[in-house]
Design a protein around this ligand. Structure first.
Ligand SMILES: NC(=O)c1ccc[n+]([C@@H]2O[C@H](COP(=O)([O-])OP(=O)(O)OC[C@H]3O[C@@H](n4cnc5c(N)ncnc54)[C@H](O)[C@@H]3O)[C@@H](O)[C@H]2O)c1
Length: 484
């Protein structure tokens, strides 16, 4: 670890020197780096798909949809929009200060630390990198030790494509993260669990470093079956895709559990079963389309959740597990106990609890009784229910009649609230996430208002009152002695 400490110090020194040189502030440098990220992904498509298969058993099509293609699009958007994002924005100042001028200039924070998660190890590493580079920062990236092949790939490929004095990759686990967090950074961007998020925030507080915490939690999905009965085939397909179609449910925005009215539960189960079969065939383990559980530890966590006898009793589909292959069968639970672990911790795996309610309106109270989720999904055409969800609950996002695709829309900010995170990114929000918006005011010495200065008197108080209201006509009358 002594050698690692030295590597970290040396890297930080070099990144700070590079930042101080001003090189990374140039829009041309930023664009070159963004172009190089696109090139890196395009040149290494097969290699990247290989590492994602080795780490997670991810199918190459899923890998392209959720990681490679996503990164290419994100970097392309940044490349195309950077000039617009980086240009100083004029601000309208009160007329009273005329002819002063105001503007907001986005400046890079400086040297940024990015810590990423294993479930989308390529996109969750490169997407924050795209934001940090767009904003003109130097960056150190540490990917997750739980996706070692992706981490090793990034550590090797990034220095061959990007500016090595400005962008660095260090591999390692919690011990390395701990060393990194002992240093002062200008911004920390973390993707991971709320538990580690607290450690990150505590370390950042030491230096008052701003943080973005992209965390997780349980994302509820409401099915208001009466209002979407005609479209139920699509609803069931979307929910299945949102539970089993992306890293086998190991996704922060995966459908965690479903809320339905009692009378609809058995029809839903009857529709989910053939949908699972249509996705993964009779033997999902051999389908090649279902990612595996990332590690033994996570497999054991899922088997602990599932092996609670009260949860076992709620299994209505699936439930088999294979520790050697790190495989958990797509599983459906009907009304597992609400005080069981599976209903209180983020599942992060291919298990879908269905929770029944007497009336779908009760879903609002159910969601409100839990920590604020990263995403709420609701299949409904009932405008009243939609309004209630939007106005009575709080979450990182709400998506009606679909799941997970909000992540792909870079015009929408992506991030959590409360226990699901702090801050947001994607598209221009990524640029903002890694920029300090500096207020610039160019004052004028042409005029001076005596009312600003002591000695105070009632005239000045009246002047100040009117000035705050921007009541210019009354101000003129006051100055002319025509207003008391
Ligand atoms: N909001 C999002 O965009 C998003 C995306 C993916 C995953 N997640 C969340 O991440 C969690 C799963 O990911 P995970 O298992 O990689 O999370 P994690 O919190 O265990 O690890 C995340 C990162 O923190 C580092 N780390 C681990 N222990 C540490 C310590 N003691 N000190 C400092 N750093 C440490 C890891 O090396 C890794 O780089 C889930 O809760 C999921 O919802 C959120």
């Amino acid at each position: 670890m002594e050698a690692m400490k030295e590597t970290v110090e040396q890297s930080l020194r070099e990144m700070r020197e590079t930042f101080e040189s001003g090189r990374t502030r140039s829009v041309k440098w930023r664009k070159t780096q963004l172009g190089a990220i696109i090139e890196m992904v395009k040149d290494n498509e097969d290699k990247m798909c290989d590492v994602l298969f080795q780490d997670l058993g991810k199918h190459s099509t899923e890998a392209f949809r959720d990681e490679l293609g996503f990164v290419i699009r994100s970097a392309t958007t940044a490349l195309n929009c950077l000039d617009k994002w980086a240009v100083p924005k004029k601000s309208n100042l009160p007329l009273l200060f005329y002819p002063a001028k105001g503007q907001v200039v986005s400046e890079p924070y400086g040297t940024v630390l990015v810590l990423s998660s294993w479930n989308f190890p390529i996109s969750l590493s490169l997407d924050p990198l795209i934001g940090a580079i767009s904003a003109g920062n130097t960056v150190l990236l540490k990917a997750s030790e739980l996706s070692p092949n992706a981490s090793a790939f990034l550590a090797k490929a990034i220095p061959s494509y990007l500016d090595t004095k400005a962008i660095k990759v260090i591999e390692g686990g919690p011990d390395v993260a701990t060393i990194l967090l002992q240093h002062q950074w200008d911004k920390i961007f973390f993707t991971g669990s709320p538990r580690i998020g607290k450690i990150i925030m505590a370390a950042a507080a030491e230096h008052l470093t701003p943080v973005t915490l992209e965390l997780g939690g349980k994302c509820p999905t409401i099915i208001d079956h009466r209002s979407v009965s005609k479209d139920m085939k699509s609803v069931v397909k979307r929910i299945s895709g949102g539970k089993w179609g992306s890293c086998s449910g190991q996704a922060c925005i995966a459908v965690d559990y479903v809320l339905v009215e009692q009378s609809f539960a058995s029809s839903l189960i009857d529709m989910l079963k053939p949908t699972i079969k249509s996705f993964f065939g009779e033997n999902p383990k051999e389908s090649g389309c279902l990612s595996r559980i990332v590690s033994k530890k996570h497999f054991q966590r899922l088997s602990r959740l599932l092996n609670d006898p009260r949860v076992q009793a709620s299994i209505v589909y699936g439930g088999s597990m294979d520790e050697e292959k790190l495989y958990v069968e797509p599983t459906i639970l009907l009304d597992p106990p609400l005080d069981s672990e599976i209903m209180n911790e983020e599942i992060f795996g291919p298990i879908l609890p269905i929770i029944t309610l007497r009336d779908i309106q009760e879903s609002i109270g159910f969601i409100k009784s839990k920590p604020k989720p990263l995403a709420i999904y609701a299949f409904t055409k009932d405008e009243n229910l939609k309004t209630r969800i939007l106005s009575e609950t709080s979450s990182g996002s709400v998506t009606f009649n679909d799941v997970m695709i909000q992540y792909m829309c870079d015009a929408l900010p992506f991030g959590g609230v409360g226990e699901s995170g702090i801050g947001r990114y994607h598209g221009k929000y990524s640029f903002e996430c890694f920029s300090h918006e500096k207020a610039i005011m160019e004052g004028s010495l042409a005029m001076d208002l005596e009312a600003r200065y002591p000695p105070w008197n009632s005239f000045k108080l009246k002047f100040i009152r009117l000035a705050f209201r921007e009541a210019y006509f009354k101000l003129i009358l006051l100055m002319l002695g025509l207003k008391k």
